[in-house]
Design a protein around this ligand. Structure first.
Ligand SMILES: [Zn+2]
Length: 274
């Protein structure tokens, strides 16, 4: 059963949606509405519910953290309905206006829906200010090249897009780079915030602590992988040494787009590039 649920924390509407043909949704996606600003727009498969949930809200601006389909899937339609401009960063522009530089796999289409190209998005402003809040875009690549977070310094909020997500056991074949991810998390931990408005697993208290856990998790993973690599082990052997088993159902289901091996390869890119 598909789900859509809205909770409010400190004046921010947290809109959670999960699509399913049967059983529980595979992935829940959040977008956030505060003071006339919508941050990310959810997956296309949940379009009707998301439109309905937002129908009585006054959306003045739509901000996108990055190009992925579960963040941009309803941007164009919401922009048309609410007559609101869409703001995206320069690196996202070609992907969201012309199409993604990689093939959308069956599992993405099946669970998240199609990609809807965006007409005339505007480049990010230096800051997005309303009467009550001020959102500052900060470049945080790693999850993908065009990823930004939005920081509200006074409130202590970080709209972190997909910077956090949690301690994932797998990674995608394209896009994700562990070293860059680690650098981006270190950069964000220099700021003060307590609420982590993550698009998949928000943490409404102790957000910074959770982001620090993620950093430690990635650093430990990377150090171990590099240690074994430098002893001459292959990716498969490194996985065995680290007690990581490939999830073959997942691997086949995603047409070799997601896997444990990609996470090891992403960790090793640091030394292989040097
Ligand atoms: Zn993403």
């Amino acid at each position: 059963m598909s789900v859509i649920k809205v909770t409010n924390f400190q004046g921010v509407d947290m809109i959670e949606s999960g699509f399913s043909w049967f059983g529980k949704p595979l992935l829940n996606v959040f977008c956030f509405y505060v003071d006339g600003i919508l941050i990310d727009t959810g997956q296309h498969r949940m379009q009707k519910s998301i439109i309905k949930t937002l129908e009585n809200k006054k959306i003045n601006q739509i901000l996108l953290t990055h190009h992925h389909e579960d963040h941009t899937g309803n941007a164009q339609i919401l922009s048309s309905i609410h007559q609101a401009p869409i703001y995206a960063n320069e690196l996202s522009m070609p992907f969201i206006t012309k199409g993604f530089p990689y093939r959308i796999r069956f599992y993405q289409w099946f669970h998240l829906g199609k990609i809807e190209l965006i007409k005339n998005p505007l480049p990010y402003l230096e800051k997005f200010e309303t009467k009550n809040i001020c959102l500052e875009p900060i470049y945080t690549p790693g999850h993908c090249q065009d990823h930004y977070c939005f920081l509200e310094r006074n409130k202590g909020w970080l709209f972190s897009g997909d910077l956090y997500i949690g301690n994932l056991q797998v990674m995608r074949n394209n896009d994700e780079d562990m070293t860059t991810m680690i650098e981006s998390i270190i950069k964000m931990l220099e700021y003060d915030f307590d609420v982590l408005f993550c698009c998949h697993h928000p943490k409404i208290t102790n957000g910074k602590k959770y982001l620090r856990y993620k950093l430690e998790y990635l650093q430990e993973f990377q150090q171990k992988a590099i240690h074994f690599y430098q002893q001459g082990y292959s990716v498969k052997e490194i996985m065995r040494k680290m007690n990581k088993k490939e999830n073959w159902f997942f691997k086949v289901y995603t047409e070799n787009d997601i896997g444990v091996d990609f996470m090891v390869k992403s960790a090793l890119r640091k030394v292989k590039n040097d």
